[in-house]
Design a binder for this molecule. Structure first.
Ligand code: CP
Length: 318
């Protein structure tokens, strides 16, 4: 595996999930794979889960790890081509990437959307420059428009907790005071559309995701209706995708907060969220503290999802 930025990079999804479940039985079974190999994790943005789970996955495989937080102890990097560099960014990513690549075997990159220009964000400029100029396997630790490690962990979690062959999975928008990217819902939709589930997306009008991620999902604007019979509720906020409102908050309607009354409409659904989550904004304490909530188990599977990706990348190095 040379890159991991979307569901297609995993190949057969059933095989990938089975591989994950096997690794989970003995996460140190492949600890010789990463001997004398180094993972570089490059963060342009903050993280708790991705930082720890990726490092842990690499350690399970016997890798060395290095973490670089851009602009915190490093030079600020210019990422646009052709600019006159007379501002506050003393190093260009065109030199920085090949230099970073000298010191490692695999690179993980976190680089969020700026939510200023849809074309810039959806071009995934930074991630693609790492793929192009590093000549190393590169995986997304959340890009501007996708978060495949999260969605892979989500799918593993659904596989573990499902009680029927084809569960109903609902991705629901929920309110949030800050403008957030579409990366998590995009990737979740990307994976659910490939998985053996009945997939429904619910959100207020104006929050339609990109058609290439929605694909065959059923879109239902009535949240209560969407929740009926659901086996999994996946909550997430995202900002508007549509051109004129791109990156904007169109609603802070607290009627979309996930509470016990809404969960009672479901088929005893499990509650999921990628975390971090704003309690009593996205979801009430009552729901996230209930046995229906599997947010911690979901976060734990980030380690397993990443271990599959790193193992496959290490196999490709041999
Ligand atoms: N879910 C997730 O990616 O968490 P972090 O932003 O803390 O890494």
């Amino acid at each position: 595996m040379k890159k991991f930025i979307n569901v297609k990079d995993l190949g057969d999804l059933k095989i990938a999930v089975q591989e994950a479940l096997e690794i989970k039985k003995d996460r140190f079974a492949f600890k010789h794979f990463g001997e004398n190999k180094t993972l570089l994790m490059v963060f342009f943005n903050s993280s708790l889960r991705t930082r720890l789970s990726t490092q842990k996955a690499a350690m399970n495989l016997g890798m060395n790890t290095m973490i670089l937080d851009i602009a915190q102890g490093t030079w600020r990097l210019e990422t646009q081509k052709g600019v006159v560099m007379n501002g506050d960014k003393p190093e260009h990513i065109l030199e920085a990437i090949p230099v970073m690549a000298c010191y490692c075997d695999i690179i993980g990159v976190r680089s969020f959307a700026k939510l200023e220009n849809k074309t810039d964000d959806y071009n995934e400029n930074i991630l693609h420059q790492f793929i192009q100029y590093s000549e190393k396997p590169v995986f997304s630790m959340e890009g501007a428009t996708t978060h495949p490690l999260q969605a892979f962990a989500d799918l593993i979690t659904i596989e573990e907790f499902k009680t029927k062959n084809r569960p109903k999975v609902v991705l629901t928008w929920a309110p949030h005071p800050k403008t957030l990217p579409q990366a998590v819902p995009n990737s979740f939709a990307d994976f659910m559309n490939e998985a053996d589930v009945d997939f429904v997306i619910t959100h207020p009008e104006g929050y339609e995701l990109a058609p290439r991620f929605v694909r065959k999902a059923q879109v239902e604007y009535n949240q209560n209706k969407a929740f009926q019979g659901a086996d999994f509720i996946y909550a997430k906020n995202w900002s508007a995708f549509e051109d004129v409102h791109y990156g904007k908050i169109l609603s802070e309607d607290m009627n979309w907060t996930i509470d016990a009354a809404k969960m009672n409409l479901t088929n005893h659904a499990k509650f999921m969220h990628c975390l971090p989550v704003r309690r009593n904004v996205i979801v009430t304490d009552e729901v996230i503290d209930s046995p229906q909530s599997i947010v911690i188990q979901e976060a734990a599977n980030r380690e397993i999802a990443c271990e599959v990706v790193l193992k496959r990348m290490l196999e490709g190095l041999k």
